[in-house]
Design a binder for this molecule. Sequence first.
Ligand code: 0RA
Length: 656
Amino acid sequence: MKNLKSNEENKKKKNEYSASNIQALEGLEAVRKRPGMYIGSTDTKGLHHLVWEVIDNSIDEHLAGHCSTITTIIHPDNSISVKDDGRGIPTGMHEKLQKSALEVVMTVLHAGGKFDKDTYKVSGGLHGVGVSCVNALSMDLKAEVHREGKIFMQEYKQGKPVSDVAQIGETSVTGTTITFKPDAEIFETLEYKYDVLATRIKELSYLNSGLKLKLIDERDVTDGKPREEDFFSEGGLKEFVLYLDESRTKLIEHPIHLTAKEDNVEVEVAMSYNTSYSENIYSFVNNINTREGGTHVAGFRRAINRVFKQYGDEEGFFKKLKFTVQGEDFKEGLTAVVSVKVPEPQFKGQTKGELGNSEVTGIVSRAVGDAIKDFLEENPKQAKKIIDKVILAATARHAARKAREMVQRKNVLTGSGLPGKLSDCSSKDPAESEIYLVEGDSAGGTAKQGRDRFFQAILPLRGKILNVEKAMEHRIYDNEEIKNMFTALGVAIEEKDGERVLNIEKLRYHKIIIMCDADIDGSHIVTLILTFFYRYMKELIDNGYIYIAAPPLYQVKKGKKSTYCWSEDERMAAIAQYSSGEEDNSVKTQRYKGLGEMNAEQLWETTMDPAFRTLRKVVVDDSLESDRIFSMLMGDEVPPRRAFIESHAKYANIDV
Ligand code: 0RA
């Protein structure tokens, strides 16, 4: 799954810093000394951040009304070009600094927008550190500007100009092309991922309707042509919502779509209802995803709750209910994108992913409220469908609460409250305790013999667990495996202000390790378990407690010597190492299809011993993509799932 990134355990960040050792550093040296402070990290995320930074500058040109096409090229050596057809970075003399303005933009921190006070600079913001940071962190960078009929160029190494700005030709167009190669001294990895770039660029095309974005990958050439994709959205957020809900069944015909502007704050919202049980609200401020929401999302929610409640009451739809309808009930099956453009955004929260500007709440709430009111008045049939779903959600919420209470009360009644199938560890310290969720009773038995019982607990899960994507909440408590997971982990779902939250105060293990066979069925079970965690225990993923075990695929043997292998490359290397001549028949490969083919000692050595095993930590890189993929893999609609599987099928070559 491409959005679940593999991480080695305990991987230390290369550039850590703390408040105590921050010194005042001037200029781009500061960026090279503490890159994390400017671009977040120096791993693959930071590497991609460089591209966002450069594209953001071109998008500002678009927002200022001067740029219609932005082309991003991944070159064969993993250098990147971003080309736009904007006005071009000014190249005239900067009076105070006695340097070309281009050189100032490229080499002075935060110089980017200062020439142009009239421009309404809205892109960037969250990081928005400017193209000079990209320059500082690049081995080589070249800026080429087409402006006033001339082509100007300047090159840099690690942020320092290698020559003055030079005129290298004439031109009839305008625009800027920045080409950079990230510095290997700074970044832990230099490889750009096509899918990561494509996903964000696609998102940018929805957020900036009318802007043409191109992505070209020169590393991937077929019939002499590099891979190329064009992203363009005429309908903006309306199309974004349709894309997000591609795998779901629609409840209303077309998304509700609105734009508004008040006090220099621009609001664009699109929303739709589908027949699923999950809510997906994505929010953006100045094109940047605000993962933790903020005042704009608060305004959106306020409008939804107020207007639907009022409509349901006035039309008498809620009269016969024995309980009141709450905010939570309006969220089921709702998919929405809330995008605001704010001139001076204030970001809050740990990761600065939450909008703080309080004036935005009322602006969004009024705009959305008016649009929903209009929709309900003009579309009574569709309005009824939404209200029916709200009533169903309220009823289900009551059923779920009862079912939950039953499960939780029963735990208290049965003494320890732990499931009979759990082989617990003796340590009671969650920080050092691990639980293996093991596919099948027999592999569970082997794991139980192989484990270190001091800190490793084993919970066998029988067969395929329930697909929670297709079940209402109260149904999941009928499922034995799911009940066992709740009680073994010691967590409980509670309601706070009508919102479902997971109480993890009594979580019994800080490593929850999913261990399944290395075959198609095993992957399916991993996906089912991850779907459950993603929809009902996301807090455990967000805290970094969920891992996937990696059992070996092969053992290569010669006589008494043997090597475990996790890939075809490793297998070939092991065979080469053991072989004496051309064809050495005494070298044998055993393919491990299931955990059951290993004995307890082998399972410990390869997959459970902390000194040797590899665990893949489950992290959510891109919540939009993750949600789309879970709903596609586990939901109702078949065609998008088939298309996804056809383009991502990898097992075909492993299981020959
Ligand atoms: C400063 C002022 C002006 C444009 C730009 C910067 C500019 C920067 C970038 C970065 C990538 N593409 C860009 N395009 C433009 C305005 C210049 C004017 O008034 O003509």
